[in-house]
Write a protein that binds this ligand. Sequence first.
Ligand code: GLU
Length: 372
Amino acid sequence: MDLPNQSPMSSRRVIVKCGTAVMLGSEGKLQGALLMSLAQQIRGLRDQGYEVVVVSSGAVGMGRSLLKTGQEDLREKQALAALGQVELMNVWRRLFDLLDIQVAQVLLTREDLRARERYLNARNTLVTLLQAGVLPVINENDSVAVTEIRFGDNDILSCLVGALVDAEVVINLTQAPGLLDFSSDPPTRIRLVPAITPDILKLVRSETSRGGTGGMLSKLEAARVALECGTSMVIAKAQEPDVLVRLMQGEDIGTRFQSGGRRLSSRKRWLAAGGAPRGKLHLDAGATKALAAGRSVLPVGIRQVEGEFGIGDLVSLLDPEGQERGRGLVNYPSHELHKLIGQPSANLEALLGYRGHPEAVHRDHLYAKEMS
Ligand code: GLU
């Protein structure tokens, strides 16, 4: 593999997420023809200058077809994933070999994106692969991921990977033609969603109660992450002919979650989506307003501190109603911050016994959500 010098210019990147049902259908059988068609479309996008990352599920499902286990508790699923992941990569490698594309496997856990240094390492690996013309195929590292460090599903993972490599769009391929509104008969496809509002979330409930495609809620959660980072996401049916190519030509297929164009810097994207907060700061109304204006959080505006965290850890910033309004890296460990709650800056030195930062979270290290 020839490794070119990394250019600072980010290219047009697309994430293509294939769920287990896309890989294996509803019967657990490899969907060879469909996957070949998707691989050819990916080749087509690359020929047009797009850099593509595939996020592929199916390790557990493929493991299941290779080995019969008993109960399938977490340990067994992890073992099946280890077995099936080899097969999963074999499938992608064989397909892309036919199209002269090299593939590389990247397995991630939430923990890998939580610490900024590991986040940057993952980013560097992916960008280096893309710039060398290699197609990264990503899955959750199920074999080592216990609950606390799991993404849970590849919907969220694909959007975090989108944030990681600054993708233009995450295409979430599924069995459904998009997000459907079942209140009309026949159900109508929602074409465009600019924000995840309570009305949009309500559509999922009615859809699920009518036995529609499962997992739509997690797709909407993932879309929320994407939109917060300034990435668009599309949910579309994998079997739609030339779906990837037509989507990138702007055709109206599936449901498009259109980002308003607020592109966050890489650092802000990590704050918004990469890290998992270790604690919460409950702010008063004044501090909430200051946060929305992008100003630092001062101890005087904190009403309550939750969780145990150290200096530099990521914390959630909540308004008086308990709604998350942003995230940031905190200047004090939780045990010290407890002492500073509600205190004006002039008192801090006496309370701490040393001269600390006037801000609990500095504005350079925070991300404020855009509220709709
Ligand atoms: N990582 C799991 C697998 O490969 C699937 C997770 C998901 O479907 O979202 O089997």
